[in-house]
Design a protein around this ligand. Structure first.
Ligand SMILES: [Zn+2]
Length: 91
């Protein structure tokens, strides 16, 4: 029986219980610091340690990265149909 529990023990203070709430997530997107209010977060009732929901983080990273989900195409070099430009044709 591994049902997801609505509460989690705190890994920071070892004594608190984390409840699912919301907090403002701040993260870097390239050189830009962005804030995401009301982001799902687990908050300890004793030390107020916060850890953001991993599933929500994964969703956010997919939203922020426009290339996420796009299959990476290998660079296909064109066949060598052009002669090297070592000896230009005489004018
Ligand atoms: Zn705690």
């Amino acid at each position: 029986m591994t049902e997801p529990s609505p509460i989690q023990p705190c890994i920071n203070c070892q004594g608190g219980i984390k409840h699912l709430g919301s907090a403002t997530l701040m993260t870097w997107l390239g050189n830009d610091l962005i804030t995401v209010p009301n982001f799902p977060a687990w908050i300890c009732d004793i030390c107020h340690h916060r850890s953001f929901d991993s599933g929500a983080l994964a969703q956010l990273s997919m939203l922020l990265n426009p290339e996420a989900g796009t299959p990476i195409q290998p660079i296909i070099r064109p066949p060598k149909d052009n002669p090297p430009l070592k000896s230009p044709p005489p004018a």
